[in-house]
Design a protein around this ligand. Structure first.
Ligand SMILES: Cc1cc2nc3c(=O)[nH]c(=O)nc-3n(C[C@H](O)[C@H](O)[C@H](O)COP(=O)(O)OP(=O)(O)OC[C@H]3O[C@@H](n4cnc5c(N)ncnc54)[C@H](O)[C@@H]3O)c2cc1C
Length: 476
């Protein structure tokens, strides 16, 4: 059943994860001010599922249970599902900056495909176990964090070649009841305020890496799990109109010989399926990154145009402002268009769910990850220095001074200084504060580095077909 935001928070209270932030142990995730913007952001994914105007986009009928579920937990049964998921991600992220929970969708769809394929080769029963898990996740409307990225040590070496055997999460024991794992997952979004951890491998593996080829689900407060987290957004900062409300924490998750029962294990040693699970997750996830950053782009476009107007410049009439804002729109809508194309050209997998077309998914992610810097350049250039120098809300309340500031800092005579200052603050918040740097870093690295997307484009693009075209033309 769909949970309300209140029920989501109540369900988090039933869990007792071990979480540290800035060296102190968090007593209650829901009551921790440093995590509040993160809880708020996930709550929006619960809230919107109840809004009639978003029902089609936010929910779907599960082909597993026949019940209406949050689309973030849905297995795609068509290209239309892929498209709706992209639209939903943009919708959620234009409200929250980053709604994080789309990771669940991406991992569930990757596991749906990969457990099926592993069973076909090895005669294992991962798929049926996964379906049981999926049913519970959908029924209880859970949120999982997705732990894929390992510490990775020396990037040129495979897991088994590292100087420390625990630099990739690994299976240290297995018996008739389950497996025991040790190590760390190094960057995990939203982990403290989720119900479960979904663990995936982070790369392709060889036979010698088989102990690292693992995937499983485990409650966030299972024995042996410790999280070292960071604050979500800029909680308590009155100069942060968006990120004091909504933010995203990341965490390191430490696994100290954690036992995973077999009914929660989805890969354990089948090394030749580690790469396909990674690839499947990355393909879904890169489309989510596109939708998320398009949502951020919506805020940037609106605020940049508003800032120009507050400065007295008409974006339709003033040539170089028009060019800048048109370029901003071009960057956002061109990577979003790749997401749309990846959905429309999506294909059914051997397991029966639908996956985005990978070349467009990767091109969109590559454009998004690299053009974020062009987008921020346009914002900074258009806004001018007030972007990082506007007074705080409290300053505008200082007797005599606040009024003077409001007079002097007005731009266009038709637009109040308060409006101009609040737009400047919003743009500072998302492009020039700690969070501004954070948004550029997540854009370039989150979902994989630009080089990782280029490698995928080169792997999946049919260059041979293009070469044969040239052979036909030249006749050689
Ligand atoms: C805010 C944020 C949130 C995130 N959330 C999650 C999450 O929820 N779950 C999750 O699993 N991960 C998450 N990530 C991790 C993200 O997926 C990784 O950052 C990304 O895959 C890149 O990996 P890396 O950080 O280890 O960088 P690296 O892979 O080390 O890349 C750094 C540079 O080294 C290069 N490089 C890497 N390997 C090689 C090589 N063998 N040869 C040559 N060059 C190489 C890369 O191309 C790149 O230029 C998140 C990241 C961020 C920033």
């Amino acid at each position: 059943m769909l949970k309300t935001p209140e029920e989501f928070e109540a369900s988090l209270r039933e869990l007792h994860p071990t979480v540290y932030i800035k060296g102190h142990k968090v007593q209650s995730v829901v009551d921790e001010p440093l995590l509040r913007p993160g809880v708020n952001a996930i709550s929006v994914t619960y809230e919107y599922a109840f809004l009639p105007e978003y029902s089609e986009i936010m929910t779907a009928v599960s082909h597993v249970t026949g019940k209406r579920v949050n689309r973030l937990l849905h297995i795609n049964t068509s290209q239309n599902d892929l498209l709706k998921k992209l639209e939903m991600t943009r919708l959620l992220c234009r409200e929250t900056g980053c709604a994080q929970r789309y990771l669940c969708h991406d991992a569930l769809n990757a596991l749906y495909e990969n457990t099926n394929n592993t069973d076909l080769k090895y005669g294992t029963d991962y798929h049926v176990k996964f379906l049981n898990y999926l049913e519970r996740v959908q029924d209880d409307d859970l949120t999982m964090c997705v732990a894929m990225t390992d510490a990775k040590g020396d990037r040129t070496k495979r897991p088994h070649e590292q100087h420390n055997p625990d630099l990739y999460l690994r299976m240290v024991a297995r018996d008739e009841n389950g497996i025991t794992v040790r190590g760390i997952k190094a960057i995990v979004t939203g982990a403290p305020y989720t119900h479960e951890i979904l663990v995936l491998p982070t790369r392709n593996m060889t036979f010698q890496d088989k102990d690292y080829a693992i995937s499983f689900a485990i409650p966030i407060d299972a024995p042996g799990i410790e999280l070292v987290s960071r604050q979500a957004g800029r909680p308590g900062d009155t100069g942060a109109p968006l990120t004091s409300q909504y933010g995203q924490a990341t965490a390191q998750i430490l696994f100290d010989d954690v036992f995973i029962p077999w009914d929660r294990v989805f890969l354990a040693g089948e090394w030749d399926f580690a790469g396909s699970l990674t690839e499947s997750f990355a393909t879904h996830h890169r489309v989510s990154c596109i939708g998320a950053r398009a949502g951020l782009g919506d805020i940037l476009i609106g605020a940049t145009a508003a800032m120009a107007e507050a400065n007295g410049l008409d974006p339709q009439k003033n040539g170089h402002i028009r060019e800048k804002i048109a370029d901003l729109i071009k960057f956002v809508e061109s990577f979003y268009a790749c997401g749309v194309t990846s959905a429309i050209f999506g294909k059914e997998t051997t397991a029966g769910n639908f996956k985005p077309e990978p070349v467009y998914a990767n091109i969109g992610k590559l454009l998004q990850g690299t053009h974020i810097y062009d987008m921020f350049r346009i914002v900074h250039d258009t806004a001018g220095g007030i972007l990082v120098s506007s007074p705080y809300p409290e300053d505008l309340e200082i007797p005599n001074i606040g009024e003077k500031l409001s007079q002097y800092l007005q731009g266009s005579e038709d637009i109040s200084a308060d409006y101009r200052i609040s737009i400047a603050r919003l743009l500072e918040d998302i492009t020039a504060s700690y969070q501004g740097g954070w948004y550029s870093a997540i854009s370039i690295s989150g979902g994989g580095s630009p080089e990782a997307t280029r490698i995928e484009i080169m792997r999946k693009y049919d260059i041979e077909e293009r070469k044969s075209l040239v052979e036909r033309i030249t006749g050689v």
